[in-house]
Design a protein around this ligand. Sequence first.
Ligand code: OSB
Ligand code: MG
Length: 363
Amino acid sequence: MEVRFRRIRIPLLSPFTTSFGTQENREALLLFLSADGIEAYSECVADSEPYYSYEDNETALHIIGDILYAYIEDLPAPEVFLRRTAKVKGHNMAKAAVEMLLWDYHAKKNRKPLHSMLGESRGYAMAGISIGMSKIDSMLKSVEDALEKGYRRIKVKISRGREFEILKAIRDRFPDIPLSADANSDYTIKDIELLERLDRFNLLYIEQPLEHDDIVRHAELAKRISTPICLDESITDARKAELAFELGACKIVNIKPGRVSGLSTSLEIASIARKYGGHCWVGGMLETGIGRSFNIALASNALIDYPGDTSPNSRYFAKDIVSNPFEMNEGMIRCNEHPGCGAIVDREALEMYTLQSGLLLMR
Ligand code: OSB
Ligand code: MG
């Protein structure tokens, strides 16, 4: 068996701006496993800079190549891998890439589509869209286009100082649409009065208003605003999810398997949300077709009850690295029914975007 990595840079169709910066490319770390005639893949959600979380592609490659590789030589079940590596603190993006590689391998070995291995599947994901910040006119145009395409929920990025301009313009034009706002941790508890004033926009929720690792202040904020809080960055594992719901820091979680050590923990977090009467949905990190296929498999699970940030590939890239991109119909994306994650890698496209590749493990 052999595990290889590839680092790729694939241009986004349009720049994506959040409160922490603008991305023009998706720089992804991909893993490729070949064993017993099976080819499995996965994608790490880290970026080239540690702006969303402390992990980046360098740290992920280090943790995978120097630490985690030693725990997968016998190709364990994903849950076994997580148990073995429980002593590795943090680095859940690196862990997730390996965990999902093992899911893909085992699903392919069993000749089953991934979504059917995760529990009860609806067979499709409900799609919402995440719209980056730009000039108001072009944000309004993006909202209009998204509604026309059938997206079930519109999320817009906001930042400290641009929130009223953005949300007022959208609400004036679209008073009733299911709308949410993602601050990517641009506020602090000192902004509580400003955040109270966002209640008037009747948002489904506000995503990650406060610091990336905070739970306690979010619980304080939740008592002061009527807009429900959805946590993203703060929920890096199941223990954090339990704590956040217990303290009332959130009513909703944005679950990104790539952030929380993979699909097993994602399902655990979804169960915790349900136990507390909360809600959850599957987020995204502008993944290529490989990462996207894992997100959509998870998003089809019966425990996931809100539309996610799961757009079809064509929203992000002129040419993705898979030859079977997802399509959206009436706001729904059907799961891939091929074995495993189901992504069929377009080798030529992959080569075109490759920055670096190498061997991680050979046995
Ligand atoms: O906060 O959800 C986020 C993209 C990069 C980093 C963080 C986030 C996002 C998105 C994009 O909102 C979601 C998508 O993949 O469409
Ligand atoms: Mg977010």
